[in-house]
Design a protein around this ligand. Structure first.
Ligand code: WTA
Length: 633
């Protein structure tokens, strides 16, 4: 890439001739223009590349918006396209998944043929447990191949999976199992994390006590330590695999394009986490298409999305997107710097990774160890890099570009959300890049930055980011709460999708995400709601009221800071602060452990009693408090 030709403003990185030559899509503008003129025709052409048991009667039905429907009348199953169709081609023997254990001693590889066998086996088992089409299954596991098998097995038989991130703890898990009314939980005896064991099964035991909907728990053995098993409820997966019912073929259920595929809980601005619902047809077309163009997947590539399968990035771009493209994915059980800061670079070299996709927080963490660690390794296999989950600061972008990509790998900074299911603002490899900007909306999409009243703001001015067009992988609703779906996303500016982010657009039409405009905190790329953290705090007997905010953090992007009002009779002390931090970690999960706990005499509130976190945030950073006319003091 040569730097700064004068067409675009600011610091611009243009694609090299080599990048353009290699890229499947050479002319972004031409495709963008085509899709702009007729988005439905664009998406229909993409959908034609996949197999359908029955084609659609209509690409998009917007008659009941915002309850949009895509590929209306079509029949398919995402697993048919992610696995079954590959078995008829040379891809049958191609590797779908390569996995390395945390201790680096075990490698497991699965061809598409083997993947099908694993998924069919698990599908046969869960079906035999009485899980039917439309039933919910909660998956709570570590980063092992079986988490992907479990998701695919559910999809194959038409059950709806609900994956809960393994970094969450009892309360978070229980709330999500209960809300989804899952019949079955699939978990492991434990997961390895930095040499220690995370007690997944014990957490499930605690959570399930309060979840009467759960009839069975399947336990995959991973760490091999002793865990209690409840005779009629808990089953070792390896025992089930030995039963005759587990073996043999399993038919892939014929699904309506609009049938639910999964729900994934995510934090919103207020209240309980929201169960975001995705469907078989549109989500399939969206993840397939975006991954194909943005990460330019080719058959010979080895692709590594280093996210956790428990978040949406893992769903769309570890499991479904890569498999829909017949790609070879790598999965690491270990974190990027365990046991040494070169772990990730060693793996890139060892497994010949060509496309590497991770979060800015990981990049910043690795950057802190210095260049010597990556420089010890041959990273020449890399051809594309990616970033996701939070804004990437230009310093981290440039380090990633120079030290890891050796100034030859474009960085795909992909902006999207659990709700969007697929990339929404993103470059493709030949698009000129500006460090810190996800460039422009994906084909068929238009974005805008609006002021409070809904008027587009001037260039380079901050405002609310909205999306104007429906897209196939969009969430269909909040499971069990359609009113909340309408209120949350479609009410502030009727007809436009409210992202919850604040952003700017520059004169070249490039978007710059500033961060969340609501009460969502992004800690190391993990999305957490202030409401959940606060409710964990007030569940402690010493706490009367609590507020949580996110403040900038050098590596994590944002860190959780909390303000606590004690009940009378309790004294503020460093010990109590520590106890409260631990309390949140135990109840919600270690990722939600607050950076600090400050004891206060009162919290800034509106006259109607709502905590003004914005004011707390401004005060903590020594910034102006803004409009405080509603403040009750
Ligand atoms: C943020 C993760 C800047 C944003 C895929 C969004 C980003 C929220 C980027 C969704 C990016 C995601 N640049 N910010 N490339 N990608 N975000 O649902 O605030 O966990 O609203 O989905 O992450 O988080 P979620």
């Amino acid at each position: 890439m040569s730097k700064s030709k004068p067409q675009l403003e600011g610091e611009v990185y243009y694609p090299s001739n080599e990048v353009v030559e290699q890229a499947r899509l050479k002319d972004w503008d031409e495709m963008a223009e085509k899709a702009r003129k007729d988005p439905q025709a664009f998406w229909a052409a993409e959908a034609e590349e996949l197999e359908w048991f029955k084609k659609w009667d209509q690409v998009l039905d917007d008659s009941k918006k915002p309850f949009f429907k895509w590929f209306v009348g079509a029949k398919t199953n995402i697993v048919h396209n992610a696995i079954d169709r590959h078995l008829k081609t040379y891809r049958k023997n191609k590797l779908a998944l390569v996995w390395e254990s945390e201790d680096g001693k075990t490698e497991r590889t699965f061809s598409y043929f083997l993947l099908n066998r694993e998924v069919s086996r698990m599908a046969n088992i869960i079906k035999a447990m009485g899980v039917n089409k439309g039933d919910r299954v909660t998956i709570y596991m570590g980063r092992i191949p079986e988490i992907a098998f479990a998701m695919l097995a559910c999809a194959k038989i038409g059950a709806i999976h609900s994956v809960v991130f393994g970094g969450f703890s009892v309360d978070a898990l229980q709330g999500r199992i209960d809300d989804s009314q899952s019949k079955l939980v699939i978990t492991c005896d434990g997961a390895f994390q930095n040499g220690k064991i995370v007690e997944l099964k014990r957490t499930v035991d605690e959570a399930v006590k309060r979840c009467p909907s759960v009839e069975n728990v399947i336990v995959v053995k991973r760490v091999g330590h002793e865990v209690p098993m409840e005779v009629s409820r808990d089953h070792w997966y390896h025992d089930l695999c030995a039963l005759p019912i587990a073996n043999g073929k399993c038919a892939t259920e014929v699904m309506d394009a609009e049938d639910p595929l999964y729900i994934l809980y995510t934090s919103g601005s207020t209240g309980r986490p929201k169960a975001i619902l995705h469907t078989h047809g549109g989500y399939m077309v969206g993840t397939y298409t975006t991954l194909k163009y943005v990460f330019d997947i080719n058959d010979e590539d080895r692709y590594w999305c280093a996210a956790d399968p428990g978040w949406v990035t893992g769903h769309s771009y570890i499991v479904y997107g890569p498999m829909l493209n017949g790609a070879t994915s790598f999965m690491s059980e270990a974190g990027p710097s365990y046991p040494y800061p070169n772990r990730i670079w060693q793996q890139v070299e060892r497994y010949g990774i060509r496309i590497l996709y991770m979060a800015p927080t990981a990049i910043r963490g690795l950057m802190r160890f210095g260049e010597a660690w990556p420089n010890k390794h041959d990273l020449s296999s890399l051809r594309l890099l990616g970033s996701v989950g939070e804004p990437i600061n230009p310093e981290a972008w440039k380090w990633y570009y120079r030290v890891i990509g050796k100034e030859k790998c474009p960085i795909m900074d992909t902006w999207w959300q659990t709700e969007t299911g697929m990339f929404m603002i993103t470059p493709t490899p030949t698009v000129p890049l500006k460090p810190g900007s996800g460039t422009r909306p994906f084909f068929g999409q238009e974005a805008e930055v609006l002021d409070e009243a809904g008027k587009p703001v001037a260039d380079d001015t901050e405002g609310y980011l909205v999306l104007k067009n429906p897209w196939p992988a969009m969430l269909r609703t909040i499971y069990g709460d359609p009113d909340r779906y309408v209120n949350q996303y479609w009410s502030k500016y009727p007809g436009k999708y409210l992202t919850g982010d604040s952003a700017k657009r520059d004169r070249d039409g490039y978007f710059w995400i500033i961060g969340r405009a609501d009460d969502v905190i992004k800690v190391s790329g993990h999305r957490l709601g202030t409401a959940e953290i606060e409710s964990a705090l007030v569940s402690h007997h010493a706490v009367a009221e609590a507020a949580a905010i996110g403040l900038p953090h050098e590596v994590k992007g944002q860190a959780i800071h909390t303000f606590v009002l004690l009940r009378s009779g309790f004294e503020a002390s460093p010990e109590l602060a520590e106890e409260l931090r631990q309390h949140v970690a135990t109840h919600m999960g270690p990722i939600a452990r607050p950076e600090d706990v400050k004891f206060v005499d009162k919290l800034p509130k509106t006259r109607s009693g709502k905590i003004m976190r914005r004011v707390l945030k401004a005060r903590a950073q020594g910034l102006p408090e803004g409009d405080v006319s509603t403040l009750d003091e």
